[in-house]
Design a protein around this ligand. Structure first.
Ligand SMILES: *[C@@H]1O[C@H](CO)[C@@H](O)[C@H](O)[C@H]1NC(C)=O
Length: 267
């Protein structure tokens, strides 16, 4: 009886070790130094999990805004969250969360299984993206219900928790997800009964209580967007590195009052 229980215990230990080894090989974290548009340097964290098939990118802007990007390859979804610091002395909340969900296109970012293998030789190098991709403008005219969001992607719940009433997406992407079989109850036209076209832009609105069309622009400063292939002695090229990109997004969306769009000032 005694030796048997020992071997059961040692089997359990060896299984545990094997699981740890497996988890090491499917997850990774990479920290890179990146130069922002304003010349400042920020530490960016890239995490990947090839099992769950996700990549996330996170960094803080000079003004304190925390930007989080997540690519969910399984569900063809990308999430961009901004936690914008408020000015409590001006009657604003501590911070305001914004969550923008859109379709992840094929080839926008390198696959997660390539990302988990990515290492850097010199962590002190300050990185600039090799390719600056142009600004993509998205009209976010639909809202995503946080409670039901797991139908679309299980990651929305945790990432967009702090954005509650500010989880937006766009109609053309909703059409695509509906075709893929996602529940339609997740989405809601937002705002209802108001033509976005007649809505005044928040930057030209003076009354802080007036509804307006808010815009938020964010640049993902550095992410691995393509795999590079090299030619060796063998017949076929092999993966030998990545190409880095930066890309800017401008989101236009409805806000019930200008006060909730404090960054959108005429400049
Ligand atoms: C989100 O969906 C839940 C469950 O159907 C519902 O109870 C809730 O009212 C919805 N929230 C919004 C803001 O529509």
């Amino acid at each position: 009886m005694y030796p048997r229980s020992v071997s059961a215990a040692s089997l359990r230990i060896s299984l545990l070790l094997l699981l740890l080894l497996l988890s090491v090989s499917v997850c990774s974290e990479l920290k890179v130094l990146v130069r922002l548009n304003d010349g400042q340097i920020t530490a960016e964290t890239l995490e990947s999990d090839s099992e769950r098939d996700i990549i996330s990118v996170e960094f803080r802007h000079t003004d304190g805004t925390l930007i989080t990007f997540l690519a969910d390859f399984k569900r063809h979804v990308k999430i961009l969250r901004a936690l914008v610091l408020g000015e409590p002395e001006r009657g604003q909340t501590q911070y305001q969360g914004l969550c923008f969900i859109s379709r992840l296109e094929h080839g926008e970012i390198i696959p997660s299984e390539a990302m988990v293998r990515l290492r850097q030789k010199n962590p002190h190098i300050i990185r600039n993206a090799e390719e600056k991709r142009g600004l993509e403008r998205m009209s976010m005219n639909m809202a995503v219900n946080l409670t039901l969001s797991w139908h679309l992607s299980s990651h929305i719940r945790s990432i967009c928790r702090d954005a509650q009433d500010f989880i937006y997406t766009q109609e053309q992407d909703v059409k695509y997800w509906l075709q893929k079989g996602v529940e339609s109850s997740v989405f809601k036209v937002f705002p209802q009964n108001i033509e976005n076209a007649v809505l005044q832009s928040c930057s030209t609105t003076t009354d802080p209580w007036q509804p307006c069309s808010c815009s938020y622009t964010v640049r993902l400063e550095w992410y691995p967007c393509m795999l590079k292939y090299c030619r060796g002695h063998g017949p076929s090229p092999y993966k030998c590195g990545i190409k880095s990109c930066s890309k800017a997004y401008r989101f236009d969306f409805y806000t019930s009052r200008k006060q909730l769009c404090m960054w959108d000032e005429e400049s």
